[in-house]
Design a protein around this ligand. Sequence first.
Ligand code: ASP
Length: 593
Amino acid sequence: MRSHYCGQLNETLVDQTVTVCGWVHRRRDHGGVIFLDMRDRDGIAQFVVDPDTVDAFANADRARGEYVLRITGNVRLRPDGTQNPDMPTGMIEVLAKDVEVLNTAATPPFQLDDHGKVGEEVRLKHRYVDLRRPDMIQKLRLRSRISHNVRAFLEQEGFLDIETPVLTRATPEGARDYLVPSRTHPGEFFALPQSPQLFKQLLMVAGFDRYYQIAKCFRDEDLRADRQPEFTQIDIEASFIEEDDIMGVTETMIRQLFGEVLDVALPEFPRMTWHDAMQRFGSDKPDLRIPLELTDVDDLMKDVNFKVFSGPANADDGRVAALKVSGGASLSRKAIDEYTRFVGIYGAKGLAWIKVNERAKGIEGLQSPIVKFMDNIIEDLLDRVDAKDGDIIFFGADKANIVNEAIGALRVRLGADLELYTHDWAPLWVVDFPMFETDGSGRLSPLHHPFTAPACTPEELKADPANALSRAYDMVLNGTELGGGSIRIHDQAMQSTVLEILGIGAEEAQEKFGFLLDALQYGAPPHGGLAFGLDRLVMLMTGATTIREVIAFPKTQSAACLMTNAPSDVTAEQLKDLNIRLRQKAKVEETVE
Ligand code: ASP
């Protein structure tokens, strides 16, 4: 139907006849001459329709915004003074000979170039209109390039693309499962995969050696943060490898991707232990673009006459950390109040601070509600953080996890608010994660998943599980976890030990992962892998501000699709087929009767 996309038209086509198909982006009537800006996925170009092409003019005259047209005409240079160098097609226009209306369009629910004024709900409800915006097309095109590039790289490295089931058993990745009732097995359910974890391990047992898949994963998580109930992973697994092999190949993949798609040469990927990351940045995914670090001051605060500090400084699970911000003494009271409210979100009960106005004057040169308690240690404290005139020092004092979360988040917020970034891209690997974390009741749960290999023997693990390290690794970029994985347990005895430590008895283990435990007996090779979050990767590479911008048909924060109205009711017939009676509905029906 067409010879070119609108966005392909340029000076090289002058005097040629072209045919395009697309949507009316804008229509202007200039005293007898009609200008149509036509849009398709490649861009926008200007068409001119003269009244002497009678039929074409009549059609252009009745065309409205978002009508679908097919136009044939001659490319010509725009007259001097009317060129638009900001537009890729801005040097030319097309004098239309033929205008055909392929379809009409109702008035769109919002103007494409005015989308900022409409709520996201309206845009999601009419996503097919929203997706016409060049900005959205741009992001999804880049997404397509990214997945193509990743596939090409992995194929070239000998990884095989193998699909794993979507209707399956639960995979423990720490979230709630989406369940699908089985009609043929009344009362039984499939779970949608939280990841292909167990299947990719089984593919290694089968001998495929190198696997990848761009896989949909499903996690019914609480609706905080910028998450989606279904999201996409670049899932990778390989056999006969160690940490350095898999980290090496995937680092090359990401480096090549950034080079080819964004023309960005990523710097070195330093390796940092989980422990150092938590101590220095309060986070297991530190944003290394921000030159601020947490400094431990517990030892200095043990004897101060200020319970808020001395309490955590003396407690086993407490931490007192300082965060110095060079030049931060100019922060207003209002800004500090806002940061105090902000750290409260993470459980901090307050935010102590010291402004260093004139260090040479000793305590007189400081401004702070707490400095009066710190007479004896103030000089040591200022030395410890290397305080200079004009600095502000913030403090977190609480349970270590609260301090890390709150001051870690404050660090990131200050980095953004005060524009402290020292460079554009800061990748790193975080390694040496603990094997387990404890909840309040002292119960252990896996930091990654229960198939992650520990860096010690089963005996050592049993003797001191709380302090055992795992063979896990995360790739972090600009404070976002791009991907994570581990060397896996390939030995049945070790796998049983880990499950036992997690309080999963032999019977339960057999019932939940019997197939994996069985497979480990049949010649499982040493193996490991990782998975990258494709959506987050695309988000970083496109500069999008929410994950919804890089997914064609995303769900809302409450895990619903506004366009299709999913999830939705089903008929009584369908429920009967599935052998399901709804408690909630039954109640509603009863009250209606
Ligand atoms: N399955 C893990 C996840 O989804 C990634 C991995 O360990 O390969 O987080």
